[in-house]
Design a protein around this ligand. Sequence first.
Ligand SMILES: [Zn+2]
Length: 369
Amino acid sequence: MNEKRYRILFKRIVLLLLVVLVFLFNTIAYTNSDKILGNIAMGDNVTTKNVLVSVKYIFNELGYRMIPDYKRNLLVFSNGDNKIILDIENKKFLVNDDGVNIEVHTDIQTISRKYYIPLNILSKVVNTNKINFAEDVPVLMYHHLLEKKDIKGKFVNDSAVIAVESFNQQMKILHEQGYTTITLDELEKYLKGEILLPEKSILITFDDGYKSNYVYAYPLLKQYGFRATVFIITRYIPYHMTEFNPEKLQIISWQEIQRSRDVFEFASHTHDLHRLNDKNISYVICKDKEEVFRDLKFSMEILDTKYLAYPYGQYNEETLNILRKLGYTLAFTIKPGKVKPGDDLLQLKRIRINPNINIWRFKKIIGVK
Ligand SMILES: [Zn+2]
């Protein structure tokens, strides 16, 4: 009888010890992963587990050169002394550590044509402690572009018209300062805490979808390897391309949309609600909700997008409900400010670039020191 009781007691003690061990192990593992991420500046709402980072950004920051080997599907990173190979097909890093070859298996995701890798895996391959990531991201808002000589007549003092010369200067600064232009997909994942972005990240947006974006911004952005988003009013998109006329307000055609997708991403600015009633209330607000629902659904389907910019920055609770129902995941206002993880994804802030802005002010706005 006694022996049996002792046996039960012994079993219980062993079980209890096991529970305590599992708890301790988890705590230590968690503390360690926190330690690795200790130096990273991030919003409070970001979960650090399995967060992804651009592999190119990490190696670039650490002074490695990236040499792609397309034939064997490898990325070779070299800094003179060290060579680290990322085998994309077999999902592993090959590291030579003091003559010993080590394999580190990894998850790889392609997001916006970039390879993203879990930070905790990268930190096994290189020292990621000193690398800085974005705490917040400026989203720039542009509209129409015209060469200085063409800013005349109705375009004079129009706050939506930026001189091409100024735009070029601003893009040059971003390039010189080493900015990375991100896509909406990357922004969504960043805001949800799924990825970390380079410290100097920026999203460039154009509202309304003017042909001038294609004529002036597209070649320049392409030259810098930049990307940008155009929020377009789908009903206005002409099928055929017409000659550019700086005296008119023309919209990017379907042909131009197809031709510029390597740089531009097209998102919704509604299908046909970019209008105001006689009290300056946007159709998004004053039209009945069934009509707004249908319009936003249509535009979403035409462009195959989950992203919207509110015309005139106007929306209300009902609009937010409609967007949620339709599955829009990001929506942009014209409230000024930068965006960061934890923000309301359907009420994102943007920074409007005005025509009279000088270089000093532009640098200050985006946060160049
Ligand atoms: Zn607009």
